[in-house]
Design a protein around this ligand. Structure first.
Ligand SMILES: C[S@@+](CC[C@H](N)C(=O)[O-])C[C@H]1O[C@@H](n2cnc3c(N)ncnc32)[C@H](O)[C@@H]1O
Length: 256
């Protein structure tokens, strides 16, 4: 399909989302399939439709940001977090600063709260959770989930932290109150600082090498000394020492 370069420029002007920092082939293919779904033939007419119809625009952002998530995604890594990484962090501070970067619909930050609740009272838990997609953030704040997304949650935690609503489960307010949700573009905005744990999982895979390179440097700067960076199960960092990270446990990197 014609006109992708101009489309990227217009999307940047409209949303500040720089599509050229996402892997091109994958991103272009996804947008083309969305355009075809609307019965259109080219990027320009799709952009115009998006400008006329807010629902089409919201659908676009929602579709290309790929919100798939679940509680305790890759449970073995969460077990490592629970049994080794949190105890190490909590030796140093009883009020850890934690950042879930690209939190999607909330499963990740709420899992962090549940996991930490083994060590701390809920009132001492504060997680910053950011995402670019406002619709995902709205869903996170509503906190309704289906059976499938909670399949890895220990039954005792389902009992304690969720209330059944119809066929689904709503996360309880005392867990919600531990999380501050914010809209943020990880490719552009300034990164907050002073964290003991940064969790950024299953989003870097969509970015170009150049974009990732810069993000690793920024995440490193976001961490306090003696702290950890937790990545997704296909996102191991090649040569972490380039970013001054030490490879600590699989999928966890350490800042000295
Ligand atoms: C597949 S989800 C990952 C959710 C969660 N971290 C997990 O591992 O289950 C990817 C998320 O990245 C977000 N995202 C994509 N580009 C982004 C950007 N430039 N800034 C912030 N979030 C972004 C999407 O909106 C989406 O919610």
């Amino acid at each position: 399909m014609e006109g992708y370069d101009q489309f990227k420029e217009k999307i940047f002007a409209k949303t500040k989302l720089d599509l050229s920092l996402y892997k091109e082939r994958q991103m272009k293919r996804r947008i083309e399939s969305l355009i075809s779904r609307h019965g259109l033939q080219d990027f320009e007419s799709y952009f115009q439709l998006m400008n006329r119809d807010k629902d089409v625009y919201d659908e676009f952002v929602n579709y290309l940001t790929i919100n798939v998530s679940e509680f305790y995604r890759n449970p073995a890594q969460w077990e490592m977090l629970r049994s080794e990484v949190f105890p190490a962090i909590l030796k140093r501070t009883k009020r850890p600063k934690i950042w879930s970067a690209a939190c999607s619909t909330g499963e990740e930050p709420y899992s962090l709260v549940m996991c930490l609740s083994e060590f701390l009272p809920l009132r001492d838990i504060k997680i910053l959770a950011v995402d670019f997609d406002s619709e995902a953030l709205n869903k996170a704040q509503i906190g309704m989930y289906n059976e499938k997304s909670i399949k890895n949650v220990p039954p005792a935690y389902v009992e304690r932290f969720f209330e059944p609503v119809g066929k689904g489960y709503r996360i309880k307010d005392d867990v919600k109150n531990c999380v501050e949700f914010k809209k943020m573009n990880l490719l552009r905005d300034d990164y907050p600082k002073g964290f003991d744990l940064v969790v950024c999982r299953n989003v870097m895979i969509y970015f170009t090498e150049e974009a990732k390179d810069e993000m690793y440097r920024k995440f490193y700067e976001s961490l306090s000394p003696d702290s950890y960076f937790f990545v997704g199960s296909t996102e191991q960092i090649i040569q972490p020492q380039r970013y001054k990270f030490e490879s600590n446990r699989t999928f966890f990197y350490y800042k000295k």
